[in-house]
Design a protein around this ligand. Structure first.
Ligand SMILES: [Fe+2]
Length: 195
């Protein structure tokens, strides 16, 4: 499987989770209160699976594109890397407000809702840009051998999550999804890769 197909599958998992996360945020907006354990687990999934695992894989692919793309990937990759940093910053801001919201601060709950909705919109748009613009460009510019070399590098990056695995984190996302909806099970690119 090409790295772009693997990453697109991961986008499906992330999109599905963002739908559930949106329900969580809507619940906070409606009730002005937060379930801190659920929010902690949701942010853990986004930080570990979304950023540490998925984005680190994308960084490897982007770096390869920079080396072989003769400048064609420079601008979109620079823009997408800035978007990764922006997503990370929004996650940090949400973290900052969880405790206050859990202790009953309505200002923190409002901030959590505001930042959470901005994050969801940002991540949906970001994944769309990668799927529709960057990944087709990568498939055009990278040979099968170059793509295979990137896919081999992907194998090692899951170690960054130790002692967790990507599957552990997807299970956590599934559990939240089943309680908040839509709740469908998430595909796991690591399962597909090993088939
Ligand atoms: Fe990305």
């Amino acid at each position: 499987m090409h790295p772009t197909q693997i990453l697109s599958l991961e986008h499906q998992s992330l999109r599905r989770f963002l739908d559930s996360f949106e329900r969580m945020i809507e619940t906070i907006a409606r009730t002005r209160s937060v379930a801190p354990e659920d929010m902690d687990r949701a942010l853990l999934f986004l930080e570990e699976y979304g950023d540490r695992f998925h984005h680190s894989r994308e960084d490897v692919l982007f770096e390869r594109l920079r080396r072989v793309g003769e400048g064609r990937g420079e601008r979109p990759v620079a823009a997408l890397c800035r978007e990764h940093a922006r997503g990370r910053e929004l996650l940090r801001c949400m973290r900052d407000h969880v405790q206050g919201a859990a202790e009953g601060s309505s200002a923190s709950a409002r901030a959590l809702v505001h930042i959470g909705l901005a994050f969801i919109e940002h991540e949906r748009q970001h994944a769309r840009t990668e799927d529709q613009i960057l990944f087709p460009l990568i498939d055009e510019l990278l040979s099968d051998e170059q793509q295979a070399a990137v896919a081999a590098e992907f194998e090692h990056l899951e170690q960054n999550l130790a002692p967790r695995t990507a599957r552990d984190l997807l299970d956590l996302a599934d559990d939240l999804g089943q309680r908040y909806g839509p709740g469908a099970s998430t595909p796991d690119s690591t399962d597909v890769e090993s088939r």
